[in-house]
Design a protein around this ligand. Structure first.
Ligand code: HSE
Length: 402
């Protein structure tokens, strides 16, 4: 019988307990051993709940109990999670986590400790919730040189953009609706400003290239500037707007960014709607692969955490090597990356003349119900675009084409 401690009895923590109970037999068959939750750590009490008798308020009880072989950390944040996970590994316990902040910041360090202690540190649920993406990258795509990872890695923003697009509503109205439905946090900054997706692409990029990618180095824009006009004008040229987190290797340079992007209906991410997430990984041998599913939520996320618990049980006394060095990967400055840009301007003669002069625009895009007009630039670097953009007084927004 493998004994597990669950740190945190919130949405994901209670999901972990539920999944272990609901699929108890099949999980035991796959792990070749029964798995039992011995402790649940939480500051709160849960009188009458099934975990009432397993609840502890003190982490020391867990870390000092040699019977506990696996710790599932689902607290979120790094303040408590980091010291608890570190101490667990140092005390010879394997750790599984859904915590993207922890993994993005301390993943390489925690993997090093896990290796030294011959235990495991697994984090499948930290990116894409229930979507298998970490293990595929670490185990199934090891014959590949990864050329590109592009993902819709945040369900909240994907829900907002989908609803804005389908119902013609503005960002503020849809955000409020998302908050009322519990899809968006009361403080939505981490989602709508792209910070959540930034941490997730930092993890995937670190794994793809085997070195530490600091999320602070990733250029990040959120979706707060997207308007119904942008969406209507994009639709009139057959494109949709998504918050895309991507890293690409071009001529040996790795570029990573999180920005709204306009994609055509031929792009594999075009049809990913509502709260769903998807990740496209392109390798130099396999070509494009896609991973799709629920990127958040109690049971999908808990399922990935429990799968990691099973892997930890199956690999007791065997450290599974993950190539993620503490050496930093130097990301290339995005100013040298080239692409086309969609530019929305005021539909006035003055703005259009400016656009013609500065960008050589020959054709303007208009859409039914849109007040502004727009144009698409030729391929240019971010630096070249920024220089021209600064001269355009009637500019309202600009979005990268992918
Ligand atoms: N806030 C995140 C999202 C939850 O909306 O996708 C999962 O990390």
């Amino acid at each position: 019988m493998a004994k597990v401690a669950v740190l945190g009895y919130g949405t994901v923590g209670s999901g972990v307990v539920d999944v272990l109970e609901f699929n108890r037999d099949i999980i035991a068959q796959r792990a070749k051993e029964k798995i039992d939750v011995k402790y649940v750590l939480d500051l709160r009490d849960f009188p009458g709940d099934k975990v009432e008798k397993m609840l502890v308020h003190d982490f020391d009880t867990i870390v000092n109990d040699d019977e506990v072989e696996i710790v599932a950390e689902v607290l979120g944040g790094v303040k408590f999670a980091y010291p608890y996970v570190k101490a667990s590994l140092e005390n010879g316990k394997s750790v599984v986590t859904s915590n993207k902040e922890l993994v993005a910041k301390y993943g390489a360090e925690l993997l090093t400790i896990a290796k030294e202690k011959n235990v495991n540190f697994f984090f499948e649920a930290s990116v894409g919730g229930g979507i298998p993406i970490i293990r595929p990258l670490n185990e199934c795509l090891t014959a590949e040189e990864i050329c590109e990872i592009t993902g819709i890695l945040n369900g909240t923003t994907n829900y907002i953009l989908t609803k804005m697009s389908k119902e013609g509503l503005d960002f503020g109205t849809v955000l409020k609706d998302a908050q009322d439905k519990g899809y968006a946090e009361r403080n939505p900054e981490a989602d709508v400003e792209g910070y959540d997706a930034c941490r997730k692409i930092a993890i995937l990029t670190s794994l793809a290239f085997g070195k530490q990618v600091d999320f602070e180095d990733i250029y990040t824009e959120g979706i707060t500037s997207i308007t119904p006009d942008d969406i209507k004008l994009a639709a009139s040229i057959g494109r949709s707007i998504k918050l895309l987190a991507s890293s690409k290797c071009v001529d040996g340079n790795v570029y990573a960014m999180v920005t709204p992007g306009m994609i055509t209906n031929e792009h594999p991410l075009y049809g990913v709607e509502d709260v769903f997430n998807a990740v496209m990984v392109e390798g130099n041998m396999v070509g494009r692969t896609m991973f799709y599913g629920k990127g958040a939520g109690k049971l999908p996320t808990a399922s990935a955490v429990v799968a990691d618990i099973v892997a930890a049980v199956k690999n007791k006394d065997r450290h599974i090597e993950v190539k993620w060095d503490t050496d930093k990967l130097a990301l290339s400055d995005i100013s040298s990356s080239a692409k086309q840009f969609f530019v929305r301007i005021a539909d006035t003669e003055e703005s259009r003349i400016e656009a013609e002069k500065i960008f050589g625009v020959e054709e303007f895009i208009r859409a039914e119900g849109a007040v502004d007009c727009a144009f698409v630039t030729g391929v240019m670097t971010e630096a070249q675009f920024a220089e021209k953009e600064a001269k355009l007084t009637g500019i309202r927004n600009r979005i990268r084409l992918q």
